[in-house]
Design a protein around this ligand. Structure first.
Ligand SMILES: Nc1nc2c(ncn2[C@@H]2O[C@H](COP(=O)(O)OP(=O)(O)OP(=O)(O)O)[C@@H](O)[C@H]2O)c(=O)[nH]1
Ligand SMILES: [Mg+2]
Length: 454
């Protein structure tokens, strides 16, 4: 005889399964935007955020319905697991530092057990589960996405124009001169093409070092396992006249790069993601000055354009994503005070105006946030009303600085002339500080996961 208890358990399992939810979240951002730190911070809060006050805006936590969270095994065992524990270890070691720049793709999954807020489900069972998957990857590789929408000829013309711009040309002028001289010769050996590709790679690296953002192809900057592979042996055709055998050859390499490198990457790692964080380091771009700041806006707009969330979108054809929510996030906001964070929100809205119009049109829910995945400073107000930030610069040197100014709109010529500078606080934690402090991750979690935790 089947016991009543067993029947109840089976019913509960069935309902649980029926109600199980799944979110695959892509954290998207250029190199250095703060993806790895954000993922680490989110895991810190989800897994160890004991204090509901610290997570006041994450409703499931604040209302006491969160039963627990834990890491679970990845679906695909051939993909490295995101090194969460290592990240926390370096942040809280005797000489804390940031996790290093990401060299390869990794994934991590966690599940959240919670009590439903109300309604039918509450009577039928005690708990539900939400599984969340996060993907981390080197930001450089994101830069290849727009290549899918172009061909070699058009891409070359576009890159040539870009590389002639005043501040960029410093890094590319020598290469163009050399490339034109070499390609004008009658016989161009394969070795010459390889050498020119390497030269272009060096020019891109030098531009990256100088703070430029629009750097394609991304695998030139971080080839990973493709170091030295023939599929990377291309560069923009440096003449406006595109009729030549070499052009045709490079055209074929370019198409192979799209087919064999870019598409598989997005197919494997961005498949089935349904929510997206677009992370932007606005503060560093402000520090870098107008030319780089404008380039960041152009690069992001181009990128978001190729993500095209609507019907005929390119990525829909390749990986069929069904994105229903996008968080537009300014990162590292612990370098400024609360007013500055507010301003950053508005500034980011301006920077992404064209993309936001697109989201609006496609009816994709999107919201702006200013967050710090890991907060290295504490804001305070002095008796005279001055807002200050306390933190550490260069290891053990504790400092207090006035909260810096952040423009709410695209800066004026005068503001660019004055320039921007923000304090570079460093992590100063110990293991006892876990869960590490954050700024507004609870609001971000609520936006990204809240509707699935009701
Ligand atoms: N103060 C502060 N600095 C941050 C924060 N997040 C990132 N940073 C800084 O920005 C750097 C880059 O952050 P990452 O998280 O490695 O950036 P990423 O997007 O993963 O970069 P790639 O792996 O190179 O694509 C870190 O080394 C820190 O110096 C933050 O929340 N607060
Ligand atoms: Mg990273």
């Amino acid at each position: 005889m089947i016991s009543l208890k067993k029947t109840q358990q089976q019913t509960r399992d069935l309902i649980n399964r029926g109600f199980d939810r799944h979110i695959r979240l892509a954290v998207t951002g250029l190199s250095g935007a703060g993806k790895t730190a954000l993922i680490t911070g989110m895991l810190e809060q989800v897994l160890n955020g004991y204090d509901a006050k610290q997570l006041a805006f994450w409703q499931v936590k604040h209302s006491g319905r969160l039963l627990g969270s834990r890491l679970i095994e990845n679906r695909d065992w051939s993909i490295p697991r995101f090194a969460y524990e290592d990240a926390v270890k370096v942040l809280t070691s005797a000489q804390p530092s940031w996790p290093s720049s990401t060299r390869d793709v990794s994934e991590i999954r966690f599940e959240i057990k919670y009590q439903p807020r109300s309604g039918l489900a509450k009577h039928l069972m005690d708990e539900r589960r939400l599984v969340v998957e996060l993907v981390d990857y080197p930001g450089e590789w994101l830069l290849d996405l727009p290549l899918l929408q172009t061909d070699y000829g058009a891409w070359s013309l576009q890159q040539n124009q870009l590389n002639q711009q005043a501040e960029r040309s410093i890094h590319f002028a020598d290469w163009y001169q050399h490339a034109q001289a070499q390609l004008n010769k009658n016989d161009v050996a394969d070795a010459t093409l390889r050498e020119l590709a390497q030269g272009y790679q060096q020019a891109l690296k030098s531009a990256q070092h100088a703070g430029f953002y629009n750097l394609q192809p991304g695998r030139h900057l971080l080839p990973g396992q493709l170091e030295g592979a023939p599929v990377l042996a291309f560069f923009p055709w440096p003449f406006s006249d595109q009729r030549s055998a070499q052009f045709e050859h490079l055209n074929r390499v370019f198409e192979r790069y799209k087919e064999q490198v870019i598409k598989p990457f997005y197919k494997h790692h961005f498949q089935g993601f349904n929510r997206q964080v677009i992370l932007v380091d606005v503060l560093t771009a402000l520090e870098q000055g107008k030319a780089r700041f404008d380039e960041l806006i152009e690069t992001l707009t181009g990128l978001l354009n190729s993500f095209e969330y609507g019907e005929n979108a390119l990525l829909r054809r390749i990986i069929s994503p069904a994105i229903d929510k996008v968080a537009l996030v300014a990162s590292k906001v612990d370098h400024v005070g609360p007013d500055g964070q507010q301003a950053l929100n508005q500034l980011l809205a301006e920077m992404l105006r064209r993309s936001r119009q697109h989201f609006q049109f496609e009816r994709i829910e999107h919201e702006l946030f200013a967050v710090a995945g890991i907060a290295t400073s504490k804001a305070g107000r002095l008796s005279d009303g001055t807002v200050v930030l306390d933190g550490y610069l260069n290891g053990n040197e504790k400092v207090r600085v006035g909260a810096p100014f952040v423009p709410t709109q695209l800066p004026s010529a005068e503001q660019w002339q004055q320039g921007f500078e923000f304090p570079q606080f460093v992590p100063h934690f110990s293991a006892a500080d876990s869960p590490l402090p954050h700024i507004r991750l609870d609001q971000l979690l609520e936006f990204l996961l809240g509707d699935k935790l009701k």
